[in-house]
Design a protein around this ligand. Sequence first.
Ligand code: MLT
Length: 205
Amino acid sequence: MSATTLSFTHRFLPPTAPGRPPLLLLHGTGGDENDLIPLGQAAAPGAALLSPRGQVLEAGMPRFFRRLAEGVFDEADLRRRADDLAGFIAEAREAYGLPAPVALGFSNGANIAAALLLLHPQALAGAALLRAMVPLRAPPRPDLAGRRVLLLSGAMDPIVPAENGQRLAALLQGAGADVDHRTLPTGHGLSQADLTLVRGWLAAP
Ligand code: MLT
């Protein structure tokens, strides 16, 4: 059941196995808090799952921030929504007694996760970014030392050009993150290879 008690409508599944960091699940455009639960369960069995619903509606489809066109972001809104999401993470950590989560974001959810890393580096312990792009034209240079980031791009992604994924990887690496960037022989949609790689990356120390 979805909860509406904190600042975002969300689902929270408590951990059933000790020792795994919680996952913050961030859906793509048109998804909701239910979408990535099966992926989270398969990627990190037993981990706590925290899954908010994006608060922007685009033609009725939930997203995490506004865009002006595909791949062209309303950066003022993105910054505000990243602040709101960081606030929700803090509320949820307090309410559910959680350490900092690792984000697992897809598409629009991966883009807000990348923005969180840049604007609120303390909010996340790390991030798996599936089909993410550079979220801000003039990003700050946070200290991401010690943060692990998995970036999975699609070689035939019509939304995220290869150069953009490479720029995001370089940006995060330049800020000190431990970045593993892979390009899969696929498009913008998720594949079985994404699950296999995320599961292996989450299980690695
Ligand atoms: C975005 O708007 O975040 C990206 O274009 C990905 C998408 O949601 O299509």
